[in-house]
Write a protein of this length. Structure first.
Length: 219
C-alpha cells in the first residue's frame, strides 16, 4: 500500500496551476488592449463570451475609449468579480494629448438582430432575447420601437433604457425590394440565433441551421 503525504493534494494543485500557466493561451504573454481589440480577441479572455465581448465593443463605440483597465466595469454585466479575473490580462492604451471621442454605435434592429446581438443590449439576457425573436415571428415584425413593451418581461423602465439603442427600420431600398419577385435558385438564409448565413434550396421554406441547429422558417 502506497502512502501519500498529507500535503499531496496541495502540492498537486500547485503543480497543475504551474503546468496550466506554462501552456496557457497566447494572451498570457501579451495583454489584450480593451480600446482596440475586436469582439473575437475579447472572447479569449476568461469569462468573456460572445455577449459580453460585443457589449464591450458597443460600450466603447458609444461612450468612448476606456480611461484605464478598471474602467471596463462600466460595461453592463461586467462587474468587479469578472474584472478581478481578467485585470492582469488587459490594458487600456492611451497616448499623451490624445482625446478619445465617442463614436455613435449603430442601433440594434429588432426585426433582423440575432440572439447574440439582442443580448448585447443592457438588461436583455438569453430568455428576453428569445422572447423578442418569438414576438417578431408571430407578429410579422415590429412596426414601432415602442412595441417592445408588448414583449413579456420588458416594461416601460427597460424600454426607456433601450429606446435610443434600437430601431425597427432597415433603411435604404430594402422596403422597395419587397415588391420585387424573389430570385430563382438557392437562397441565402441568416440564422436568427448565431447570425451565420447559409444557402438553401429554392423551394425550401423551413429547416434547421447547419451551424447551431436552430429551427428557421421563411415568412
Amino acid at each position: 500500500m502506497r502512502i501519500m503525504p498529507k500535503n499531496y493534494r496541495a502540492v498537486s494543485g500547485v503543480i497543475f496551476i504551474l503546468m496550466f500557466l506554462s501552456t496557457g493561451p497566447a494572451y498570457a504573454g501579451k495583454l489584450v488592449d480593451i480600446n482596440t481589440a475586436d469582439a473575437t480577441a475579447l472572447r479569449r479572455l476568461p469569462g468573456i463570451g460572445p455577449v459580453l465581448s460585443q457589449r464591450i465593443v458597443t460600450n466603447r463605440e458609444s461612450n468612448g475609449s476606456f480611461k484605464d483597465p478598471e474602467d471596463i466595469i462600466r460595461v453592463y454585466g461586467l462587474g468587479r468579480k469578472k474584472y478581478e479575473a481578467i485585470k492582469d490580462l488587459i490594458t487600456a492604451s492611451r497616448q499623451e494629448g490624445r482625446v478619445y471621442k465617442a463614436k455613435k454605435a449603430p442601433k440594434i434592429n429588432l426585426n433582423t438582430a440575432t440572439q447574440v446581438e439582442l443580448e448585447s443590449l443592457p438588461g436583455i439576457g438569453p430568455i428576453k432575447a428569445l422572447r423578442i425573436i418569438e414576438y417578431r415571428e408571430k407578429q410579422g415584425g415590429f412596426k414601432r420601437v415602442e412595441e417592445l413593451v408588448e414583449v413579456w418581461g420588458i416594461g416601460p423602465r427597460t424600454y426607456e433604457t433601450l429606446k435610443d439603442l434600437i430601431t425597427v427600420h432597415s433603411g435604404g431600398s430594402s422596403d422597395r425590394s419587397r415588391s420585387k419577385p424573389p430570385p430563382s435558385g438557392p437562397r441565402i438564409v441568416k440564422c436568427w440565433r448565431c447570425g451565420k448565413k447559409f444557402a438553401v434550396g429554392e423551394n425550401r421554406t423551413s429547416g434547421t441551421c447547419p451551424f447551431c441547429g436552430a429551427k428557421w422558417k421563411l415568412r
